[in-house]
Design a protein around this ligand. Structure first.
Ligand SMILES: Cc1ncc(COP(=O)(O)O)c(C=O)c1O
Length: 408
């Protein structure tokens, strides 16, 4: 084979730092080591029975394509759900929704609808690393604004405004945040909206963890950009079945926008890939009947896990801020190179034949060299396992200096 080459985009696509250590972890597991996976956001919370039952009940004689933007029945029910269990104050219409293959495809559609190659989006680092993956595919730049643990991972609206250039087309922010757990207030969403209005930018607000907030009474939800009236023309909200219903494998998501041009562009992208999955849409329809209590119990469980993990890490002498939402912790470690530490931890270190797989945080930053000593941990496993993981990490940190090769 001669003269056959990948595109530059294909050849230089970044590997996801979330999955980077998977092969090393698998090798350890094959060798009989118990590996605790705190590197990916795959909850162990049981998928609610109505969802599982919907798959069992599926009995169409043909597994057909669905409409490119999703079944109208699903979009209608979703729209009503937003102002019901979803807790929104403002109405969403079925036609504001495009059903996608996970929130991931919703992100891809949103970013593709509002940028051209050479354009830029502003992100607040550390940020959900797959924003970079899509930016790379689309040939656009991610321009970072940095947040820090010392400031409780606050988003600085003035810094966002200062980062805008003529190439900027959108601000992309998750709330609650991955990997920081940051939850934006209604006022913060409104302030960023104001910047977008003044500079003619879209605001892609990634709300896939909206129920997972730990302050406030049962039933609290993270404020939504859909409740900010001034954002109606520029808001694209990303949503998903994955986390709220512990249904990552359903690969069901959707975007919500009141901007008809964005909706129509997304629909055309949807037509190019023909249809979102069929059976999974029935499953999401069933999920929309899950009572509010179920969410409250899930949030209580994650809050408990968060508290146990934060305390256990502090007991190991680590300086950890308490996240307010989602199920991630960004943790600074007393090491210089968290990438090397995580590789060593999962491939060489064991405590009573157990080890932990973590995600190095450097890949969640766009600034070169940032986050080099930080890792992301997920609290998606049960509380005793999380406590054990903290002990393993503590023991590994004690052993690490000895394991580091002496400088040449
Ligand atoms: C912030 C954020 N947005 C979007 C997604 C995409 O999720 P999915 O494609 O499973 O809906 C994830 C997954 O981890 C996420 O953390």
């Amino acid at each position: 084979m001669t003269n056959i080459t990948l595109s530059t985009r294909g050849a230089t696509a970044p590997a996801s730092p979330i999955r980077a250590l998977a092969a090393l972890a698998r090798a350890q597991a094959d060798a009989g080591v118990t590996v605790h996976y705190l590197n990916i956001g795959q909850p162990d919370v049981a998928t609610p029975e109505p969802i599982v039952q919907a798959y069992r009940d599926f009995d169409d004689t043909v597994l057909a394509y669905a409409p490119s933007d999703g079944y109208p029945a699903l979009r209608t029910k979703l729209a009503a759900w937003y102002t019901g269990v979803g807790g929104l104050s403002r109405t969403v219409h079925a036609d504001d929704i495009v059903v996608t293959t996970g929130g991931s495809e919703a992100l891809l559609f949103a970013m593709t609808a509002v940028t051209d190659p050479g354009d830029a989006i502003i992100v607040c680092e550390p940020y959900y690393t797959n924003y970079s993956g899509y930016a790379h595919m689309l040939g656009i730049d991610t321009v970072p604004v940095t947040s820090t643990a010392a400031c409780d991972w606050q988003v600085d609206a003035a810094a966002i405004e200062a980062a805008i250039t003529p190439k900027t087309k959108a601000i992309v922010l998750p709330t609650p945040g991955n990997p920081t757990g940051r939850v934006l207030t209604h006022e913060e969403l409104a302030a960023i909206t104001d910047i977008c209005v003044r500079h003619g930018l879209f605001f892609i607000c990634d709300e896939v963890y909206r129920e997972l907030v730990y302050k406030g009474p049962r039933g609290s939800r993270a404020p939504s950009l859909l409740d900010v009236e001034a954002a109606d023309e520029l808001a694209i909200v990303i949503d998903s079945a994955s986390k709220r219903w512990s249904a990552c494998g359903a690969r069901m998501g959707w975007l919500v926008t009141r901007n008809t041009q964005v909706r129509e562009a997304s629909l055309r992208f949807g037509q190019a890939r023909l249809s979102p999955a069929t059976v999974d849409q029935y499953a999401v329809q069933a999920a929309l009947d899950i009572p509010a209590d179920w969410y409250d119990d899930m949030v209580d469980e994650y809050r408990h896990r968060r508290d146990v993990l934060v305390q256990a890490l502090r007991d190991e002498g680590l300086d950890v801020t308490t996240p307010h939402g989602a199920f991630y912790l960004a943790v600074p470690l007393p090491v210089e190179d968290a990438d090397a530490f995580c590789r060593w931890l999962v491939s060489e270190f064991t405590l009573d034949n157990e080890t932990v797989c973590l995600a190095p945080l450097s890949g969640f930053y766009a600034t070169d060299g940032a986050g080099r000593n930080e890792v992301r941990m997920t609290y998606v496993l049960n509380a005793p396992t999380l406590k054990r993981c903290a002990q393993i990490l503590g023991a590994a940190l004690q052993a690490w200096p000895a394991a580091t090769p002496a400088p040449a």
